[in-house]
Design a protein around this ligand. Structure first.
Ligand code: EPU
Length: 445
């Protein structure tokens, strides 16, 4: 087959693949252990941080997911040399062949916004397009623009592009206050400030564990960051770039993957144990499950849920998504499936992203009773039996939630757009099949 034809064939096969899932009709059939992989939202930022290094950067425990491959491809297109095998990444960004993030790149991976600061700090300029909305709502970048200005940059708006230039002698340390605690904003400016002159303070910083891990990695490489994990982070600029010493940095375990599987265990397992987790990172979810009637056993690095005693009635509860350590928006869709199985009414208030509740319509088609009050709030009435259906995965988190709903539904479901699920979960069907889920990946015709 001609190369282009082969690529088109491959693309079709990937885009039309779907998961076929035979549901358990409410029975708790899953049993076994799942090892949690490194966090997508930590790995992506660590890979971007390679721009700040004067040595190649080595990472381990990197998840084999689409988004990570995309980030690596983007950096390769920008002049980097990288390998990604067996959960290990080696990336050498000593040569950077461009300072422009094309619209094509920005569309492929929204997280590419974290590249802007490191490129600007290192090269003195960066160009990038204004990002559009996405399925989980508008994703504004006003905090990025204002913070670049505070660091002394000048910004030209050319058509849909931002053309940003640092002062001749480099970016200046600044006092930055985020009106909204932004995860990628905090990470971007924590990285940018390393190569700036003087000290930068980020107030109302996001406090997610991935940020703490990133700061530890950067500090081990010569950065001077204090306060990561609190709402005030101080970064002293260093003169020169970072260098890695010693063994590869192991990416922190993915608390969202762990949380999603924990909820799956709570509705569908006789026993499910998650290994390689940091239980403290899931405090809010564990608290909710225990309140509702699902005890969660913890060790230093495992979590186990078991089927509750026969006749246990699971209590409903209200949920409000919040920055860490509150309940994460990325677990809102998985938890929704749990709430459809609890007795009574639950109000779910998605405070972070508008549009991140639209998928609930599909759950109603499966038999759930979820009423949209406004774009940020739904009322769930339970318990409801679910029926298998053909569903389209709108984004990775709702996609995984559909897999979970299908696992306890009656009959068979097809989950399409699995590509979206592959963006954030590694070989999910293999790992779920190993604990007893009847799930297969059907490649497209
Ligand atoms: N915001 C602004 N202005 C900005 C930036 C953000 O108003 O300049 C607002 C957003 O609209 C939102 C709030 O700030 O209402 C918080 O958004 P944040 O910036 O924290 O989100 P993000 O950094 O774009 C990361 C994760 C998301 C996760 C959120 C919230 C990555 C690559 N993405 O996004 O992960 O939902 O934090 O925890 O780290 C996912 O993995 O499925 C995912 C979407």
């Amino acid at each position: 087959m001609h190369n282009d034809a082969f690529l088109a064939f491959l693309y079709d096969a990937i885009m039309t693949a779907y998961f076929s899932i035979k549901g358990s009709a409410g029975a708790r059939t899953l049993e076994g252990d799942i090892a949690i992989v490194g966090a997508k939202n930590a790995a992506l930022k660590a890979i971007a941080a390679s721009i700040l290094y004067q040595t190649p950067l080595q990472l381990s425990n990197v998840p084999h997911i689409e988004d990570v491959s995309r980030m690596i491809d983007i950096l390769r297109e920008m002049g980097g040399v990288a390998t990604f095998e067996d959960h290990k990444v080696s990336i050498d960004m000593r040569k950077l062949s461009t300072t422009a993030i094309t619209p094509e790149i920005a569309k492929r991976l929204r997280a590419s916004i974290v590249l802007t600061g490191p490129i600007l700090a290192r090269e003195g300029k960066v160009q990038f397009p204004h990002p559009g909305g996405c399925v989980i709502g508008e994703r504004p970048i006003d905090l990025f623009i204002e913070s670049f200005l505070k660091m002394g940059a000048t910004i030209k708006h050319v058509g849909k592009f931002y053309d940003i230039t640092a002062p001749k002698d480099g970016l200046r340390g600044a006092d930055i206050f985020f009106r909204v605690a932004s995860v990628t904003g905090t990470e971007t400016f924590m990285m940018t400030a390393i190569l700036a002159n003087g000290t930068t303070t980020i107030r109302n910083a996001a406090m997610e564990p991935e940020i703490v891990w990133l700061a530890e990695m950067l500090n081990a490489s010569g950065a001077k960051i204090e306060g990561a994990g609190t709402s005030t982070i101080t970064i002293k600029g260093i003169r020169g770039k970072l260098s890695q010493k010693g063994k590869p940095f192991a990416v922190v375990p993915d608390r969202i993957e762990a949380g999603s599987f924990l909820v799956l265990g709570a509705i569908a397992a006789k026993r499910l144990t998650l290994t390689h987790v940091v239980p403290e990172h899931l405090g809010s979810l564990i608290e909710m499950l225990e309140y509702s009637g699902i005890p969660v056993e913890r060790t230093k690095d495992t979590l186990t849920v078991r089927a509750p005693k026969k006749g246990t009635v699971l209590r409903s509860f209200n949920v409000r998504t919040h920055e860490y350590p509150g309940f994460p928006t990325d677990l809102q869709a998985p938890l929704m499936i749990y709430l459809t199985q609890t007795k009574g009414e639950s109000l779910v208030f998605e405070t972070i992203f508008e549009g991140r509740l639209n998928y609930t319509e599909s759950l109603n088609r499966m038999g759930a009773s979820i009423t949209m009050m406004d774009p940020h709030r739904v009322l769930v009435k339970g318990p409801t039996k679910l029926n298998g259906k053909r569903l389209e995965s709108p984004d990775l988190r709702a996609g995984l939630a559909f897999v979970m709903a299908a696992a306890i539904a009656s009959g068979e479901s097809e989950i399409h757009n699995v590509y979206n699920i592959d963006r954030g979960y590694e070989r999910v069907e293999e790992r779920l099949r190993a604990v007893g889920m009847r799930i297969t990946r059907v490649s497209g015709e």
